[in-house]
Design a binder for this molecule. Structure first.
Ligand SMILES: [Zn+2]
Length: 322
């Protein structure tokens, strides 16, 4: 076996998996204000950005050959109806319009996350009804708000809408809303099998979206369930999802591989905040080689079968790959 490992040209010749800047998507967190660039303490090198700063960031991302952006928003204020998510002047809608006017937009796929948790006062991904101490995240009443959100984001310029809420039937509801609005060409990237995971922790600081009570286990998937994940994906594809996004990535590489073997649609994976933060914690202590571990973490996700990866390492990796 060692004959083919002797030199870098030989190794390159027989390399099975590639990693390119064009495989990567960079998540951005948009916040109100001007000239705001606020670092997220648990995610070194990741910032909440006001729209003017986000446009500058997009230009850098485009110049590195990265495929696109995945946009999240931190609204001015929150309420029970997640008004900031579907408001025509919501933070992401404003951001999309500004980004569309920039030169960077021609080189980037602008993806908009569709969820309510960043915009609801309670921090859940759907509408909540409370019955005494008990509460329920209602499915069907959430669909209308999610569909409205997706249509509004598409109107503002999203090239792709990416529902991450995990309500049942949201893909069908969003497809219908997009079609009714004449957005027949807007694809849906569904976070089809999103697991309830401890690895989302740092994101909740970044997007200010921690639930104020309870947790998300009544709608996100149980980490123990692989067959159920295939079922979730199948249902989303039947409802009209064009692509699927697997989340988290590293602790669920087997799920990515199983989906790859079973479904022919494009598959993305989200290397989530906790994956990024724990690697950074090890870099800070000098326990891992930053450059090699960054690329290896991404290569593993590609090898498992992901066509593209949403990752906070996108800019670092693109520089290393240049
Ligand atoms: Zn959510």
């Amino acid at each position: 076996m060692r004959r083919l490992r002797r030199t870098e040209p030989l190794r390159a010749l027989v390399r099975e998996t590639s990693l390119e800047p064009g495989d990567l998507i960079y998540p951005l967190f948009l916040c109100p204000g001007e000239g705001v660039r606020r670092e997220i303490s648990s995610m070194p090198g990741v910032f909440n950005l006001s729209i003017d700063e986000a446009v500058r960031e997009a230009e850098e991302v485009a110049s590195l050959g990265i495929a696109g952006l995945l946009l999240f928003g931190l609204p001015e204020s929150k309420d029970e109806q997640a008004t900031g998510a579907w408001d025509e002047n919501g933070i992401v809608q404003q951001g999309l319009r500004a980004l569309k006017r920039s030169a960077a937009a021609k080189k980037l796929v602008l993806m908009a996350d569709v969820c309510l948790c960043e915009y609801t006062s309670h921090g859940h991904c759907g509408t909540v009804v409370k019955l005494g101490d008990e509460f329920e995240v209602e499915n069907d009443s959430s669909l209308e708000l999610l569909a409205r959100t997706a249509a509004s984001l598409a109107r503002a310029g999203a090239d792709v809408v990416a529902p991450s809420d995990m309500m049942d039937g949201r893909v069908a509801a969003i497809r219908q809303a997009l079609d009714d609005d004449g957005r027949i060409n807007t694809p849906i990237l569904s976070y089809a099998s999103k697991f309830a995971s401890a690895f989302y922790g740092p994101f909740r600081e970044a997007a200010d979206s921690a639930p104020q009570f309870g947790d998300r286990r009544s709608y996100q998937m149980d980490g123990a369930n692989g067959r159920e994940a295939m079922n979730e994906i199948e249902l989303d594809l039947e409802e009209g999802a064009d692509m699927i996004l697997m989340k988290p990535a590293m602790p669920y590489l087997d799920i990515i591989l199983a989906a790859r073997e079973r479904f022919a649609v494009p598959i993305g994976a989200y290397q989530v905040s906790g994956e990024y933060s724990m690697l950074h914690a090890a870099f800070a202590r000098g326990w891992l080689d930053r450059d090699r571990a960054t690329l290896e973490s991404l290569l593993g996700i590609r090898r498992a079968g992901a066509d593209f990866i949403a990752t906070y390492f996108a800019k670092d990796a693109a520089r290393l790959l240049a």
